[in-house]
Design a protein around this ligand. Structure first.
Ligand code: BES
Ligand code: MN
Ligand code: ZN
Length: 502
């Protein structure tokens, strides 16, 4: 995909000869207001006075384009709603990010764009840059003819800011570009069709993505090594497919630091397609299960972004890759498997495969000596039943210490995550008559926390958090703000922000 080129400009936006100039609007008690003095005053007042006729309110995701007229050099003015102001008259970084993203999304196919939204400080400027770069995403790998060009994001975007080109402003925008690139690369992996992205090709993609990143090492365990190493979860889930499983470890160590203070493990679910296996899913909606590797894509691109940003902690991503298919070799309900850490598991439902592959990754993170483990997975439909399509569930051990730190990082990063409990009454549901655990109890309620409780068995005493992104990873509804259809890349911004906070 073409990457939009973002630069900063301190010029008067009315003087910029661009295809489109993006201006913010907001909702006030007197109706719509055009924000700032970015437009000639007459023109701004004119937009405000005709807003009721046009049905414009300044609400989030309200994006409308107008011919610019003679007083502005741009061809078109795009008004993008930022919603209501905060009590201190500013806009939250997230409303700027969304407003910028929605406007840029509407400008697919155009060449030069300028964005003049209010940026009082570097945080606001970075949010605008992130929104621009996240909105400038299109997955066009399998379109032919002129379709890719029509969907392609703007070639250049000038962000107009009174912060000019100070070094602080530049640093903030550089960070935004690294993070947005990681999110967009995650989206690309999620959107890659499942016949193209399978465990071995995912492992190759991880190696290719890490090639030029300083301080990063990739190791791949193939199916023979997984069998020999006793990775019963990955082997058991992968054995119904002709395309065998992989465990990929991507390690970053801060360059120069003799001994980094901390070492963090990020474990991601990488089911490249989830048919459910022998406990097969209904065909309606099954195609969406191409996204069941989103967690693995998130941890891969998080560790690479962390390396590019030079965070001060060691980070290892564990990509637990398998395809859950019902082939002749597939695991059956009733099978008992032995996991990497020796725990035996009775498979009661082959569609609860995520927790099986994750268990092996978590167990390795423990033996590799991680002092904190965070896992991220499209683990349960129950996540969507409890929190909806846009809010990820976060669970953890250790009194919720890591869980709460993740929720805080999400709040800072502009992702929506919510702390959920692992209730003590759930653990007995995982008792099996024949093995140490069963993978899916016959229980209707609290499915997200039951899955989290299962994973907890594999982290020993290591402080740990589990993020269930089943709904938020993949947007099957209309695009909104900077969020496209299909792969969203949710989790990268939170995890990078968390790593930076250590
Ligand atoms: N990958 C699914 C979870 C999922 C469902 C993610 C829908 C995104 C959208 C997972 O492997 C699964 O099938 N979970 C089962 C577990 C059950 C069998 C205990 C579920 O949630 O129904
Ligand atoms: Mn499943
Ligand atoms: Zn799954």
């Amino acid at each position: 995909m073409r990457v939009t080129d973002v630069s900063l400009s301190a010029k008067n936006p009315a003087t910029l000869a661009v295809d489109a100039l993006v201006i913010g609007t907001c909702t006030t008690s007197d109706g719509l207001a055009v924000i700032g003095d970015q437009l000639p005053t007459e023109l701004a007042r004119h937009f405000e006075s005709v807003a009721p006729t046009l049905g414009l309110t300044g609400a989030p995701d309200e994006v409308r384009a107008f011919p610019a007229g003679p007083d502005v050099k741009a061809d078109v003015i795009v008004l993008t709603g930022l919603g209501e102001r905060e009590p201190d008259n500013t806009f939250t970084p997230e409303s700027l990010r969304r407003g910028a993203g929605a406007a840029i999304r509407s400008l697919a196919g155009s060449k030069a764009v300028a964005v003049a939204l209010p940026s009082a400080d570097e945080t606001e400027l970075a949010a605008i840059a992130e929104g621009v770069l996240l909105g400038a995403y299109a997955y066009t790998a399998y379109l032919t003819g002129d379709a890719p060009a029509k969907k392609a994001p703007p070639v250049t975007v000038d962000i107009v800011t009174t912060l000019g080109r100070s070094s602080k402003a530049k640093t903030a925008v550089d960070r935004a570009a690294i993070i947005a690139a990681a999110v967009n690369a995650t989206r690309d992996l999620v959107n890659t069709p499942p016949n193209v992205l399978y465990p071995a090709s995912f492992a190759d993609a991880a190696k290719a993505a890490a090639r030029d990143v300083k301080g990063v090492k990739v190791t791949v365990l193939d199916d023979k090594q997984l069998l020999a190493g006793g990775y019963g979860g990955l082997v058991g889930v992968g054995q119904g497919s002709t395309r065998p499983p992989r465990l990929v470890k991507v390690t970053y160590k801060p360059v120069g630091a003799a001994k980094p203070e901390r070492s963090i493990a990020l474990v991601g679910k990488g089911i490249t397609f989830d048919t459910g296996g022998i406990s097969i899913k209904p065909s309606a909606g099954m195609a969406a299960m191409t996204m069941d590797m989103a967690g693995a894509a998130v941890v891969l691109h998080t560790v690479l972004a962390a390396a590019r940003l030079g965070v001060n902690v060691a980070v290892t991503a564990y990509l637990c890759l398998a395809e859950n298919m019902p082939g002749g070799g597939a695991a059956r309900p009733g099978d008992v498997i032995t996991m990497r850490n020796g725990t035996t598991v009775e498979i009661t439902n082959t569609d609860a495969e995520g927790r099986l592959v994750m268990a092996d990754g978590l167990a390795d993170a423990v033996t590799d000596g991680a002092d904190t483990i965070i896992d991220i997975a499209t683990l349960t439909g129950a996540q969507m039943l409890s929190l909806g399509l846009r809010t990820s569930g976060v669970m953890g051990n250790d009194g919720g210490a890591v869980r709460d730190a993740i929720v805080t990082a999400a709040d800072t990063a502009g992702e929506t995550m919510w702390a959920m409990p692992l209730q003590p009454e759930l653990a007995p549901l995982l008792k099996s008559d024949f093995a140490d655990l069963l993978n899916a109890p016959n229980e209707r309620w609290a499915g997200m926390s039951i899955a989290g409780t299962f994973l907890r068995e594999f982290v020993a005493k290591t402080p740990w958090a589990h993020i269930d992104i089943a709904g938020p990873a993949f947007n099957e509804k209309a695009p909104y703000g900077y969020t496209p259809k299909c792969g969203t890349g949710v989790g990268v911004r939170t995890l990078v922000t968390y790593l930076e906070s250590l």
